[in-house]
Ligand binder design. Sequence first.
Ligand code: ATP
Ligand code: MG
Length: 562
Amino acid sequence: MTGSSAEEKSTEAGRDFIRDIVQADLAAGRHKEVVTRFPPEPNGYLHIGHAKSICLNFGVAQEFGGRCHLRFDDTNPVKEEQEFIDAIEADVRWLGFDWGTHLYHASDYFQQLYDWAEHLIRNGKAYVDDTPVEEMRAMRGTLTEAGRPSIYRSRSADENLDLFRRMRVGEFPNGARVLRAKIDLKNGNMNLRDPVLYRILHQAHPRTGTTWCIYPNYDFAHGQSDAIEHVTHSICTLEFEDHRPLYDWFLDNLPVPSRPRQYEFARLNITYTVLSKRFLTGLVQQGHVRGWDDPRMPTIAGLRRRGVPAAAIRDFVARIGLARANSVVDIGMLEFSIREHLNRSAERRMAVLRPLKVVIENYPEGQTEQFDVANHPDDPSLGTRKVTFAREIYVEQDDFMEDPPKKFFRLAPGKEVRLRNAYFVTCREVVKGQCGEVVELRCTYDPASRGGASPDGRKVQATLHWVSAAHAVPAEVRLYNPLFKRPDPGAEGDLAADLAPDSLDVLPAALAEPALAQAAPGTTFQFERLGYFAVDPDTRPGRLVFNRTVGLRDSWAKAQKG
Ligand code: ATP
Ligand code: MG
């Protein structure tokens, strides 16, 4: 069997190569308990790619009775902020995972890491280099050309120790010197060509304040942090494969308390979506979106605000499986999972996005009726609500055509349709405004069709949603389309040029049935015939705001084909 079909096999069984490794390690007694970690850098909000890593790390720990740590890799105080730390914690919790007491920070280990740096220096395995950054970079060579040693590479351990200690107490300005590992300048793996371990950075840190003015690089902090925490399986994305030899070199050359092993999996990529914190930060900072939690963003916060249930994200991650080869997942797969969950859980309501007034001429003025309507067609436990019918209602502008083509089954002059849960109505007259625009329809109803049932077996070809003019509540509805107009945004180097012009469409004058008036922010409903809509936190008393989470059908895939 080839590697990839073996991977597919294990995915089929609800398993994957990581879970197979963990199970084998436990069965062979190599570990008593599996310990994983999710290690975000708090320099942005989490996105759905991170969700894949979170579900994997926390999921493996749960399934095998181990534990998963949340560890902030906070080694770069220039870009890291408390806002991001708080958002990351909230997002992991919301996704349904719990680190219990195991919340850690790379900065918790700054003293230990410093001591280990001195350990390397004493053993002749690290040196202070004064070479200017640019020059140092050039001297590291290329894939085809070996690196060249700096003149500082042969400094004595004592001199290195003295300089490193003076770096620590702040004697030198930013960039004056670095501490480098002394490994192998000719190694084919660039990561082993004497990588930088510490740099001088006179910058306060969100957690350690001004205690430090030198900070360990990610590579020097990450593996040792795993070792300190007794992480057994250090799971990361493929781009770190080339870092594994360095990760192992540190473990081999330092008196670490445990020996984690690193495993790599393919990162999540989704069509029409950018999953890179650097680019997402750019979108926020340049104002292309309204913030990290803009519902168009692939961030966890954005998806939540959009109305996506956490369970749908977990389900999506399970469905796409885990492999070692990079691939791109169709955005339709995510929408499928969202739709499936909301179809089961979302209560049904009626709302009209672009209202067109309808007067039912033979319905008595001042009269109203209430219909009991099920909140969910398949789940009676969700109960019923009252929907009020009256002489003046609104329907969707799109549901009427004055001069319809043959296949248009909805309202048109002389045509009869069903108003959902109410009556059959027939369009008798079209009222127009000064510019010839349709402003109102005059209809009649059939009193024998109460509840929307056919009185005599005659058929109508469409059932429309509607709201009562006097009872409906005003709403702003925000429709979202993909943020990018090409499936591989940024592929030609200019992400901003690939932004879609119509990713947000605000409908300020929608009308919702009164049962929605008190809807709490975060709740998602199915608006009949339209899709799933979540109450936005911008909602205020008297001003409902809804986000379209996703349409009812996969119109996106169809549009692409068309
Ligand atoms: P980005 O690449 O988005 O700028 P990052 O990967 O550097 O960010 P981290 O905070 O370091 O972000 O990521 C934390 C963890 O999430 C890492 O272990 C990383 O491998 C994983 N991760 C990040 N992006 C993805 C992705 N698209 N798919 C799966 N895992 C991911
Ligand atoms: Mg990273």
